[in-house]
Design a protein around this ligand. Structure first.
Ligand code: AGP
Length: 608
């Protein structure tokens, strides 16, 4: 969940590495460091805290050299301190490593290495890698790295320097994403493309078990038996500008505001209005495959799991296929009793979430066909799935996922339509849902106009210690998502609940201090939700309702009502969630929280 970057070429490495770390900071931001080959050995600069602190430190204590590696951290083993920050060195400071992943047998390796006389300086699992490499006699650094990794259990995206081979970076991948950037006479290694596209769009995604050797002359890739591996050079579609704030104060607000375009981009070229169908060429499913699906299991984490819950209702309605939505982290360790004809869908914005990736692999082992619904092009889940749908929502930098959620729902609706039309959904019914899908970008634009109202409501509740979110049917997941957004970025304790479930417990929490957000669009369950709101009001709860334009005035029942435009019920989460994204955002800003880099979180959870 950390970010690693490396550079080798004619230019001064430090400024390139620091800029790359700034781009990778959303992956982890509790400490950072760089290691540079200076010609007189490897020099380290590292600090606890943000990349900007490190950059200031390096400008006070400059270090020059044209080969280097760097790291921004999300601590797993050892507190986020300067001492535990990467890069880590061996005993004599001749080998430096940066690592994204977890060495699961670090304790045993540390004990064995200490018995051999190695002195450990940090509490981290990663430091064992530097000492393991130091311990290997091999001729070349890559040979020593390969031999050292034979002892390692766990995951790694790893970059290594050795003072005895100053014109070389050795890179290894197992479990964590790593790519190479191929520039004009210069080469990069990075956790994702955002760190290199300023310099090159040509990237090589490393596969599991790949070892890459970068020198000023070029790069080559081998496997654990040192057999040469050939990997394609891909071209990164998005550009640098998309990685900027674009004049917004935070990436989260920028990404919330982009949703009319990003939902449109997910639908572009896929909606067939006259046929009442969806064209999904990347699915790799024939009409017969679609007709033969007996059951669907959705695998995801966090916000993607919430989108999966909405997707279940959409697919069951349009395609009449039973859908189970599983927490990927739980599913991967369960006994898999998948029956033939099961389609597994892995939903992941980053395409790198370890639990979702491993759950997908477990589904493959259990005999499922797997597809991915992913935003990051070239990510591991996208490359390992047997087909899929890219969201085309552009880079999502804010740790709290927003535009990916609405695009995931749009993609799941396209999938439901595509499967439905190859099963029992009539053309007329298909045309109806296709028309409603096509309206979504404009409806989303209308909802964004509520921002001012939401900001005023946020001002009233920013000091609340707790929040309760309620919803029914396809909007129950929206209540979950609203609560998650608030928790993530404002650190207020919040729970999402099915509205009817409230009286089986959470209603005990309600008093005049408890803000209760009710997602209550005008649909078949509206009257039921009204009753639940009555139950809250009867206990003094402070109600905020998200309801539909043209719906009766609720001012007698609620303190605040936000009206969103009417959408098809199964698509309504795309509009009802946006006021909740904005509410969390404005409350977090009012509480002075770091909206884009909330504490203890990271954008892509690549460790278990
Ligand atoms: C959402 O705001 C969080 N960042 C987190 O819950 C996220 O949704 C989860 O980690 C899954 O990430 P993914 O979609 O990249 O797999």
């Amino acid at each position: 969940m950390c970010g690693i970057i490396g550079y080798i070429g004619p230019r001064d490495a430090a400024p390139i590495l620091l800029e790359g770390l700034r781009r990778l900071e959303y992956r982890g931001y509790d400490s950072a460091g760089i290691a540079i080959q200076t010609g007189r050995g490897i020099v380290i600069r590292k600090l606890g805290g943000r990349v900007e602190r490190l950059a200031a430190h390096v400008s006070n204590m400059p270090v020059h050299g044209s080969t280097g590696i760097a790291h921004t951290r999300w601590a797993t083993h050892g507190a986020p301190t300067e001492r535990n920050a990467h890069p880590h060195l061996d005993c004599r400071g001749l080998v430096a490593v940066v690592h994204n992943g977890i060495v699961e047998n670090a304790e045993a390796l540390r004990t064995a290495l200490q018995r051999k006389g190695h002195a450990f300086y940090t509490e981290t699992d990663t430091e064992t890698l530097a000492h393991l490499i130091e311990d290997e006699p091999g001729e070349t650094l890559e040979a020593r790295v390969i031999a050292a990794l034979e002892h390692v259990e766990g995951t790694y995206g790893l970059a290594v320097l050795s003072a005895s081979e100053p014109d070389k970076i050795v890179v290894a991948r197992r479990g964590s994403p790593v790519l190479l950037g191929v520039g004009d006479g210069e080469y990069f290694v990075a956790s994702d493309a955002s760190a290199v596209i300023e310099h090159t769009r040509s990237v090589v995604y490393l596969n599991e078990g790949d070892i890459a050797v970068l020198t000023p002359e070029g790069y080559h890739i081998v496997d654990r038996e040192s057999r040469v591996q050939h990997r394609v050079v891909d071209d990164v579609a998005w550009d640098l500008e998309e990685l900027g704030l674009g004049g917004y104060p935070h990436f989260m607000l920028k990404e919330i505001s982009e949703q009319p375009e990003t939902v449109r981009s997910t639908l572009r070229g896929r909606l067939l209005l006259s046929e009442g169908d969806a064209r999904l060429n990347g699915l790799n499913l024939t009409p017969e495959d679609c007709a033969d699906i007996k059951r669907i299991v959705i695998l995801a984490c966090g916000t993607s799991w919430h989108a999966g819950l909405v997707g279940r209702d959409i697919i069951e309605e349009l395609a009449r296929i039973p859908v189970n939505v599983e927490y990927a982290s739980e599913y991967r360790y369960r006994t898999h009793l998948e029956m033939p004809g099961t389609l597994a869908i892995a939903i992941s914005q980053s395409g790198e979430t370890a639990d979702t990736l491993e759950a997908m692999r477990a589904a493959v082992t259990a005999g499922c066909r797997v597809i991915g619904i992913v935003n990051v092009v070239g990510s591991t889940i996208a490359r390992e799935a047997q087909g899929g749908i890219y969201l085309h929502a552009g880079p999502e930098i804010g740790v709290a996922s927003t535009k990916a959620f609405t695009s995931q729902i749009a993609a799941l609706a396209l999938l439901g339509l595509h499967l439905g039309r190859r099963r029992s959904l009539s053309q007329a019914a298909g045309q109806g849902i296709a028309r409603r899908l096509a309206q979504l970008p404009d409806l989303v634009r209308c909802v964004l106009a509520l921002d001012e109202q939401v900001r005023d409501i946020a001002a009233e509740y920013a000091d609340s210690p707790n929040f309760l979110y309620l919803g029914r049917g396809v909007n129950f997941p929206v209540a979950l998502e609203g609560a998650l957004k608030l928790k993530e970025i404002s650190y207020i304790h919040a729970e999402g609940y099915p509205a009817a479930e409230m009286k089986h417990g959470p209603i005990a929490l309600i008093n005049e201090d408890m803000p209760v957000v009710c997602v209550a669009p005008k649909d078949a369950l509206y009257q039921k939700v009204l009753t639940n709101m009555q139950e809250v009001k009867a206990r003094g709860g402070r109600l905020i309702a998200i309801t539909t334009e043209g719906n009766g005035d609720l001012s007698g029942l609620v303190r605040h009502q936000l009206r969103v435009p009417a959408a098809a019920t199964i698509l309504s989460p795309v509009v009802t969630v946006i006021p909740l994204q904005l509410l969390a955002y404005h409350i977090a800003v009012l509480r002075g929280c770091d909206v884009d880099r909330p504490r203890n979180l990271a954008k892509s959870v690549t460790v278990e």
